[in-house]
Design a protein around this ligand. Structure first.
Ligand SMILES: Nc1ncnc2c1ncn2[C@@H]1O[C@H](COP(=O)(O)OP(=O)(O)OP(=O)(O)O)[C@@H](O)[C@H]1O
Length: 260
């Protein structure tokens, strides 16, 4: 089905027990857009990611990927359809090399896990693709290093490599720069920009520096509702957003910067 949107959420609701956490969230993301989801603690950002990636089922509403419904599907089905979510660092194969980690991800997405002969035939393709990904995440010089021996920032880069290895066109990254120093963060934003070029990106992010450095559009989630979805400039100037969230966050960050 032709759709102008890579990802669309229509009146999505999610309750845990009697508590409604996502209260009719709607969002329409165009192909190639980079979107940051921001909002106060407990607003439902992670829950929204879990709903999109299929880890949680919806209470009601619809989620469409490239115009086709994906709500109700298993995470691996959604992944095969082109939506990839970053794995946690702990999901890296620590005792495999950087190259082998990427190659595993490539082979897995090629669907050759069990058929041995097909697996052998696919190895060349997988190696080529793994090389390509290694260069993109700038870890080609560390190809033979075990994942456990990488720096934290390199592990996060490897995690992104694994996420994009399957060629998904919609990428979800949950706080990709969390725990990094300022200079690492700056370099990492640039890496994310390059790696996701031409793809649709959704991030959950608390760091406003990252948000304004990376996002074409910002979605503000407050109490399970998207109260604004617009360019960074428009969101910054939106009085409702100022009142509900951004005013206090920006004031805090300015105060923190002034202290240093
Ligand atoms: N599996 C669950 N069962 C019950 N309640 C849950 C579950 N997962 C999340 N919640 C509740 O849903 C609300 C939203 O949580 P969520 O983690 O999605 O928020 P968030 O915006 O990502 O927060 P933060 O910015 O602090 O990470 C919280 O009140 C949380 O306690």
């Amino acid at each position: 089905m032709n759709s102008p949107y890579a990802l669309e959420l229509k009146d999505v609701r999610k309750s845990f027990g009697k508590t409604e956490i996502i209260r009719g969230a709607s969002l329409a993301v165009k192909p190639g857009e980079r979107v940051a989801i921001i909002g106060p603690n407990g607003a439902g950002k992670s829950t929204l990611f879990h709903l999109v990636s299929g880890r949680f089922g919806l209470t009601s509403g619809e989620i469409l990927l490239n115009g086709e419904r994906i709500d109700g599907q298993a995470p691996y089905e959604i992944y095969r359809r082109g939506l990839a979510r970053s794995f946690q660092v702990s999901n890296l194969f620590n005792r495999l090399s950087v190259f082998e980690n990427i190659r595993c991800a490539v082979l897995w997405t090629m669907g050759y896990r069990y058929a041995f002969w097909k697996f052998l035939a696919a190895l060349d393709d997988a190696n080529d693709r793994a090389e390509e990904v290694l260069e993109m995440i700038k870890l080609d010089k560390k190809r033979d290093v075990l994942a456990m021996n990488l720096t934290y920032a390199e592990q996060r880069a490897l995690e992104i490599g694994i996420t994009i290895a399957g060629g998904g066109n919609v990428i979800l990254l949950d706080e990709p720069t969390a725990g990094m120093s300022k200079s690492e963060t700056k370099r990492f934003i640039q890496l994310i920009r390059e790696v996701t070029e031409g793809r649709t990106l959704l991030t959950v992010e608390h760091d406003m520096g990252v948000v304004f450095g990376l996002a074409d559009k910002i979605a503000v989630l407050v109490y399970g509702e998207v109260i604004a979805f617009d360019t960074p400039e428009a969101v910054r100037a939106n009085p409702r957003v100022q009142e509900a969230y951004l005013g206090s966050v920006l004031a805090e960050q300015q105060a923190a910067t002034a202290e240093h």
